[in-house]
Structure formats: C-alpha cells, structure tokens
Design a protein. Structure first.
Length: 345
C-alpha cells in the first residue's frame, strides 16, 4: 500500500471555528499557501467557504485564481507575491486582490489595470521591520499619494493596508505595530478608510489580540499545525494523519512502506509513532521503507501512524519538527506526491 495522508474535513471545520471564535471581532483570512500547507488547496477552500469563511490568502496569483474558481463569486481572495504583468491581468480579471509592497509594482499594477479598463483591488504593504517586501516608512507618504491618485483616476481601489511581522519577540512586534498604525493613519488622512487592515499571522493573531486588525491572516493553526516550541492550542488539533502499513515483521521489528523518498526526513530516527497497540519507536528510515519496533500482535497490513492528532500515541507534525530543528509546515509540505491524499469526514 502507498503511504496515506488521511485528512479530516470535520477537524478542519472545528479548527476554523476555534480560530474564528478566538480572533473575533477580527475576521479570518484563511492562508492557503504551499497547496494549503500540503493538505490540498481546492477542497480546503471549498470547505472553508461552505463554513462561511469569506477571505482567502494565497501567495501567488495562480493559486489565487484556483481559489476563485472554487469560490465563484463568494468571498475575497488576496495574492501577495510580486507578480508578472500577465499574472496581474489574471488577478484583475478573476477579482483577486493584490498585495503591493513596492512603488515599482504599484506602477505596473496601475498600468495593467488601465490597459484592461478594470480597477485593481490593492492592499498596500508597509515594511514594519522584516525587510522582506513592503514600502519603507520613509517612502510611504509618496506611495500613498500615488495610490490615491490612481484611485481618483479609477485604475485601483485602495482596499487594504497590511504588513507582516516576525512573531519572534513581543517587543519587536510592538514596534512593528507602531510603524503599521502610523502608516494606516496616513492612509486614513488622505481619503476613504480601507476596509482591510491586517498585520498578524497565526501566532500573533492567537496570542496578541492587541495586534489584530480587521483581518487576521491565519494558515498554520487552521490546519492544526502549532508553532514550533509553542504551546498546545485549546480547540486546535492536527487534521492530517500520515499512515504507512506494515510490510513485514521479523525479529521484533516491523518494516513499513514509507521512506525518505516519500518525504519522511531520514533524521527522524528515534521518533515515536502510533501503532495499533500504542506508541512505538522509529528505528530506521531508508529510501523506500522505514522500520519500527514491533508490538506483540504486529502483522502485515497493520497501520502505523507517523504523525497525526495523537489518537494512537503518534506525535504531531510539529512534535516531529522540533526533533530536527524545523517547523511543522515543513514536515507536511515535503511529503511527495506518492503519498496518497485521502479526505475523510
Ligand atoms: C505564511 C503567511 C501567513 C500565515 O502564516 P501562518 O503562521 O501559517 O498563519 C500570513 N501572512 C503572510 C504574508 C505569510 O507569508
């Protein structure tokens, strides 16, 4: 049997509800980058939309358009990657909002919108210290002026102001927020207040209510991935379980059908796993198989859970990530296409 990633739609719905309750009155923008953190984009956008989620965030325009196709006219989709002109046009034609973090990109968005004769919906990004992308505070007044001019000319709608923070220390995040709020004030002073004001991702949206804007861009927590070195989250649980079946039992060991070629990091030797008789231990990870300690009744076809919500004693993806100095997202997104995705209710 191929390894299996079993994904629970009801667990996803429960996480969405828990996040929405926690962050209210801020509105959830469900972030779905990296194929919804390896869980699959289309079903998760559809499930979230059916559950009432109205904002979706995707890194690139291509995925944003896929979400738009699923949503039809429901809700808003936001794509924040600086994109080629052809993608800008795609976004405008599919009613996708664009995150804009440089003056050069703003000008290209304006030019494409003018050519199409349809306004682009723009969320202007200020750099609040991460130096990834975003208009520097000293350039912000000029960028706002240019955006307002384009708005008057009918080429854009300035619908949002946003930034991204490190979520590494409260003090730094507080400083970022101060810069952010000044930038928002500047926008408000020059015209209609933008509806969408957003700064926080999962951790800050969950733990720092004072940083939340009208929207909170939350990905990981909705998929049940807690922060590495962060505490458990009440009401949130992993929605995906990685399962491999026993192929052979001998000498107190069980060989299972998953290996490093399937995306299971070979450095996870020693990690716990879930068996029909409770927690066992991973002893070896080869290219196409792994070996775990057998349990008394172990037999071919038994299912071993490498990560999941913990029902058979298996660790979470983040528990595994912490063993090898990474984040839960990486454990999930590195799984190969050979791992079969199965949606269950
Ligand atoms: C990934 C990302 C998010 C969501 O982060 P999570 O920690 O998964 O909630 C939000 N905003 C931006 C800009 C991102 O890149």
């Amino acid at each position: 049997m191929r390894p299996l990633l079993e994904i629970s739609r009801s667990a996803f719905r429960a996480n969405l509800a828990a996040v929405e309750a926690r962050i209210a009155p801020s509105t959830l923008m469900l972030v779905t980058k990296d194929d919804a953190y390896g869980h699959g984009l289309a079903w998760s956008a559809e499930t979230a939309a059916d559950a009432g989620v109205r904002w979706f965030g995707s890194y690139d325009v291509h995925s944003a358009v896929r979400i738009r196709d699923v949503l039809d006219s429901r809700g808003r989709v936001f794509a924040w990657a600086t994109s080629e002109d052809a993608e800008i046009a795609e976004a405008i034609l599919h009613d996708v909002d664009l995150g804009v973090g440089t003056l050069e990109y703003l000008r290209r968005v304006v030019a494409v919108a003018r050519r199409l004769g349809r306004p682009a919906r723009v969320h202007l990004k200020v750099d609040t210290g991460l130096h990834r992308n975003g208009v520097r505070p000293e350039d912000w007044p000029a960028a706002v002026r240019e955006a307002r001019d384009a708005e008057k000319a009918g080429t854009i709608l300035l619908v949002g102001v946003w930034s991204h923070i490190a979520e590494a220390s409260d003090a730094e995040d507080d400083e970022s927020q101060a810069v952010f709020l000044r930038a928002v004030d500047e926008v408000r002073a020059t015209g209609p207040a933008p509806d969408a004001v957003h700064l926080t991702a999962s951790a800050a949206a969950w733990w720092r209510p004072e940083l939340r804007g009208s929207l909170s861009r939350v990905g990981a927590f909705c998929y049940g991935i807690r922060s590495a070195d962060g505490p458990d989250l009440v009401g949130i649980r992993p929605i995906a379980t990685l399962i491999a079946s026993v192929e052979e039992v001998s000498d107190g060991r069980a060989r299972i059908g998953i290996g490093s070629l399937d995306g299971l990091a070979s450095t996870l030797v020693g990690a716990p796993a879930g068996s029909p008789a409770g927690t066992t231990t991973v002893r070896e990870i080869a290219l196409a198989h792994a070996v775990v300690d057998a349990w008394p009744s172990a037999s071919v076809g038994d299912r071993v859970r490498l990560f999941g919500p913990g029902e058979a004693g298996e660790p979470s993806a983040t528990d595994l990530a912490e063993r090898i100095g990474t984040v839960g997202e990486e454990i999930l997104t590195r799984l190969s296409p050979r791992v079969q995705r199965l949606l269950i209710d």
